[in-house]
Write a protein that binds this ligand. Sequence first.
Ligand SMILES: NC(=O)c1ccc[n+]([C@@H]2O[C@H](COP(=O)([O-])OP(=O)(O)OC[C@H]3O[C@@H](n4cnc5c(N)ncnc54)[C@H](O)[C@@H]3O)[C@@H](O)[C@H]2O)c1
Length: 286
Amino acid sequence: MTDALVILGAGVMGTGIATLALVHGTPVTLVDTTEEALTAARRTIAKGQRMAQLMGAAPEGVKPAELTTSVDLAEALAARPVLAVIEAITEDAALKAEVLGRVAVAVKPGTPVVTNTSSIPIDELADAVARPEDLLGVHFMNPSYLISTVELARGRRTGDAAEQAAVRVLESWRRKVIVVSDAPGFVTSRLLHPMINNAARVVQEGTASVSEVDALMQGCLGHPTGPLRTADLIGIDNLVDSLRVLHERTGDESCRPCELLLSKVRDGHFGRKTGRGFYEYGDALS
Ligand SMILES: NC(=O)c1ccc[n+]([C@@H]2O[C@H](COP(=O)([O-])OP(=O)(O)OC[C@H]3O[C@@H](n4cnc5c(N)ncnc54)[C@H](O)[C@@H]3O)[C@@H](O)[C@H]2O)c1
């Protein structure tokens, strides 16, 4: 039986990473807390697989692998040999620590345990796991099956074997891996998230509209989608969680989530996934 990749969390990132693995022929077991989330995830992944094919992001001649879903973490880890575990649950340090702790005692020593956290330092999460040498961060971007570069964050206690095993898997999916040191937000969130927060603040202060901010960042500075459309793609709820993590751990005031972002979260306007954020979308993803 081929080893399966176990992915925890069937949201924006879990479904994107599952799509990436499946189109490259890696079987996936996807775990979430409700059957409803997993049913929605199956639809999103089917759409993602079609998109990956259309965009030339799925290798030719590879049969897409089998997707299994489960609401039972222990059962999912015991059902078949595990290639690696990728945790992509809500950006909450206590919740991640609890779940990673359970994973670490259930998998064979030497199995890479990967967190897709945006901002929580790997070494902080390593305190919760039985074998910190098997834990590392792989920060996929969204959509993971279209963005071919990934940021791999090595914690202070991450072992060479886990890093090399993770790199082998990522390269088999044709990802370009950039290895960085551990820090709140690593490189990409440390730079991108305060920038988006400041873009929202500019709108909040009345300097420019949402579309003007994005048009200027795209047209003058070459940003591919504009920071506020990017916020919608990330999920404003997740962005605010990540900014809080960054603010708490760095003290950097540019990371304190601004009122406009907080009000969007209060109103349930999370972006692309709810059909409305800074922009409106015809087809909500959840
Ligand atoms: N959205 C992005 O663009 C992006 C990019 C890179 C990294 N990340 C990180 O990836 C992680 C997931 O983000 P997301 O945007 O997919 O969030 P999301 O809110 O879309 O999905 C999170 C999922 O985790 C599930 N979940 C929560 N607790 C769980 C548990 N105990 N067991 C199993 N599933 C559980 C939730 O039900 C939900 O379906 C976060 O750490 C986030 O910071 C997000």
